[in-house]
Design a protein around this ligand. Structure first.
Ligand code: PLP
Length: 400
């Protein structure tokens, strides 16, 4: 039975948890930087599944890898060895920051964080974690304890004890929050959900120095920023800092679900047998897609593409701002970009979608762009034209 649009709305609305602010679009197909809805309407996709598909929808190499692996083996628990998993692991280790060479593979960003928090506690023997205001690290109980927004946290208290929040970018406040019980500091190199916030240039170096001085671990959450999103392979490279643990997810699985926590050997080796596990983590199907994604990252120079196209996109957004006083600021690095308005942007999101453009938000008044790295100059031109039209038709004024 083929479902029509109304069927899909009805079934999802009636039977799924109401945890997402849903847009009334049934997406059924994707290719490159475009998706299509159930009526065949085309959209430029500046969301790519919240920053997942860096190589674009349905990249042929990833599709081939998945198809071939489907014919061989799809599940293989971590308690057995697997050739495809080993191939992926070797490729990833080659590009992770020097010295971070032992990993745990899971299925999502929040799981990558859970693992990082557990192993930091295990390695140091201490419970305390210093996290940042406006941070987002996920919504399972451990990650949620490190996530700033009280709207997400308060209904589920008591959360995991030992977390302290400090203002992002303020090293003095970080230092004040550290006690003899602190195990680690966790931070995003650029905050994503919190509004695409770039820290002061010295902040991550100061975090590193503080961790070295006090014997703490530095956890960099690269779930959103990793794999070139900000124009460098790891966003930490912008700040010339090597963390002790990095957390990866979103694009790593080549559009299939995967999370990875990569740490120094001595840190990850503090886990004893059985202290951490997950049934699906490192399954061969996802590893085949992830392995193909890492090949594409290198062959198609995706990181360089993000840097070049990001600069072009940012310049076009700056131009848009110069014509529209309702825009307060544009910011971002690489293809992680934001436009902050002087008012709530919900209507702009909806009208953009009606005009064939999908964008994300990052808070009430911020539009966020996480396009695939295969986005073209024509896509960018079209994106700006749609935004121009939406702003003109909406007749927004600074008072809105
Ligand atoms: C920086 C960061 N960490 C962790 C997460 C959680 O990832 P997931 O939604 O895969 O659990 C996200 C998700 O947006 C994120 O942006």
């Amino acid at each position: 039975m083929e479902l029509n649009e109304e069927d899909v709305f009805r079934i999802e609305d009636n039977s799924l948890a109401r945890t997402y602010m849903k847009r009334r679009i049934v997406i059924t197909r994707g290719k490159g930087s475009r998706v299509w809805d159930i009526h065949g309407r085309e959209y430029i996709d500046c969301t790519t599944g919240y920053g997942v598909g860096l190589a674009g929808h349905l990249h042929p190499k990833i599709m081939d890898a998945i198809r071939q692996q489907l014919e061989r083996l799809t599940v293989c628990h971590g308690s057995f060895y697997n050739d495809v998993r080993a191939t992926f692991v070797e490729k990833l280790i080659r590009i992770t920051p020097n010295g971070l060479n032992r990993m745990f593979i899971s299925n999502s960003g929040t799981e990558a964080i859970e693992c990082a928090l557990k192993v930091a506690r295990k390695f140091t023997g201490k419970p305390g974690i210093v996290a940042m205001m406006k941070s987002f690290h996920g919504k399972t109980m451990g990650s949620l304890s490190a996530t700033w927004n009280t709207k997400y946290r308060e209904p589920f208290e008591p959360l995991v004890p030992g977390f302290t929040f400090v203002p992002y970018g303020k090293i003095d406040r970080v230092r004040e929050a550290i006690s003899e019980n602190t195990a680690a500091i966790i931070a995003e190199p650029i905050q994503g959900e919190g509004g695409v916030n770039i820290p002061p240039p010295a902040f991550f170096r100061e975090l590193r120095e503080t961790c070295d001085e006090k014997g703490l671990l530095l956890i960099a959450d690269e779930v959103q920023t990793g794999f070139g999103r900000t124009g460098k392979l790891w966003a930490c490279e912008h700040w010339h800092v090597k963390p002790d643990i990095i957390t990866l997810a979103k694009p790593v699985g080549g559009s299939l679900p995967m999370g990875v926590t990569v740490a120094r050997d001595d840190i990850m080796s503090s886990f004893a047998m059985g202290e951490h596990s997950t049934t699906f983590g490192g399954n061969p199907l996802t590893c085949a897609a992830a392995s193909a994604f890492l090949d594409i990252l290198k062959e198609e120079k995706l990181v360089e593409q993000a840097e070049i196209k990001g600069a072009e996109f940012k310049a076009r957004l700056d131009d848009l701002k110069s014509r529209n006083p309702v825009i307060r600021e544009t910011r971002g690095l690489g293809l992680m970009l934001a436009v902050e308005f002087r008012f709530d942007i919900l209507n702009i999101l909806l009208q953009s979608a009606n005009n064939g453009l999908l964008i994300l938000d990052a808070g009430r008044n911020i539009l966020r762009f996480l396009p695939p790295f295969v986005i073209t100059s024509e896509d960018i031109t079209q994106t700006i034209a749609i935004l121009d039209r939406v702003l003109k038709e909406g007749k927004y004024s600074v008072r809105d």
